[in-house]
Design a binder for this molecule. Sequence first.
Ligand SMILES: NC(=O)c1ccc[n+]([C@@H]2O[C@H](COP(=O)([O-])OP(=O)(O)OC[C@H]3O[C@@H](n4cnc5c(N)ncnc54)[C@H](O)[C@@H]3O)[C@@H](O)[C@H]2O)c1
Ligand SMILES: CC(C)[C@H](C(=O)O)[C@@H](O)C(=O)O
Ligand SMILES: [Mg+2]
Length: 355
Amino acid sequence: MNVNIACLEGDGIGPEIMASAIEVLNTIAEIFYHQFTFSHNLFGGHAIDETGTALPNETLQNCLAADAVLLAAVGGPKWDHGVERPESGLLRLRKELNLFANIRPVDVYDELINYSPLKSDRVKDVSFVVVRELTGGIYFSEPRFHTENEATDTLSYSREEIERIVEYAFSLAKTRKGKLTSVDKANVLESSKLWRKIVNEMNKKHPEVEVEHVLVDAAAMEIIRNPRRFDVIVTENLFGDILSDEASMITGSLGMLPSASRSGNGPSLYEPIHGSAPDIAGLNKANPIAMLKSVSMMLRDFNLHEESKSIESAIVKTFNNGYLTSDLGGDTTTTEFTKHVNSYIEAFAVGGVNR
Ligand SMILES: NC(=O)c1ccc[n+]([C@@H]2O[C@H](COP(=O)([O-])OP(=O)(O)OC[C@H]3O[C@@H](n4cnc5c(N)ncnc54)[C@H](O)[C@@H]3O)[C@@H](O)[C@H]2O)c1
Ligand SMILES: CC(C)[C@H](C(=O)O)[C@@H](O)C(=O)O
Ligand SMILES: [Mg+2]
């Protein structure tokens, strides 16, 4: 299969985990006889330094023309106080590609349950997906401004925006355990009242899905108290951002959670949920698992299931053999971890595809 991938390595640990992803994709291409073509694009802080904008037009055009976009991370203290921020490039890109559905799976590996800061009996067998609305809500609504003495953000959603993300979540729940938790703040926010009403209306169309509504503050508590109760969580942009970082700790590290952002037509974007980790940038310490699992989600979307499985299984073999990056208490470097994943992918292919 030929796949044209627009790569945005960005800032901080971005280049290190992107290198890991490309190495693994090259191994997959060789073993499974695919042709992956990569374009390397300026994005984020580095793009600001070189062009004055976080999302240069050439980068946007390459993303629009690609089969998929692979993004590492953007941002860092160097750009925290500039007029243009790296993060604004990311928000523009999501909007331009209409990536309204951000899928963030939270799956606990049995082998790593002791690395979670939570007790192992709480985290065992946890598997849920956060479906985060990604192109609306408080991140994008107008008016939005600040002056010396006043600042305003607006949280607004149209019926259409709510319906399309909730429809996505219902469909996903049907392929899983059939339970949908809608997280809102309907005791306070007008947008949440409409959100909740629409979820209830749509439940009539999908009666086989069990729906519950949980207020976001209670949801934050439940993710720690009893994370096994969740199957699919659907929520507004900002709530989804916060809850997914929280949920990552169930798995042991923020460096574990991948994501896919989809529009339904046009290229999807695959990226870890974490940021550019400036505190460990350039030290070869970054955990590449979130990035590699994002690659695995991309391959699954192209129906390359065996290829996707080979990555997942190689990741498990790598940490089962004691290779853990420092966020999980180990001393394996990013490059060593990647080398082991590559060799297990090769072994997987010998035992599987070439059997
Ligand atoms: N999608 C993105 O590009 C994205 C996402 C989140 C934050 N950011 C940006 O990243 C910058 C830093 O933000 P932050 O420090 O709040 O969050 P962060 O996610 O970059 O880091 C938080 C903590 O988690 C650790 N961490 C994150 N990913 C890791 C990995 N793969 N391996 C090991 N440890 C990892 C970091 O070392 C740090 O201690 C900011 O500019 C922020 O806006 C970008
Ligand atoms: C960098 C930032 C704009 C971004 C977000 O808030 O969406 C990040 O935190 C994420 O989770 O992808
Ligand atoms: Mg975030």
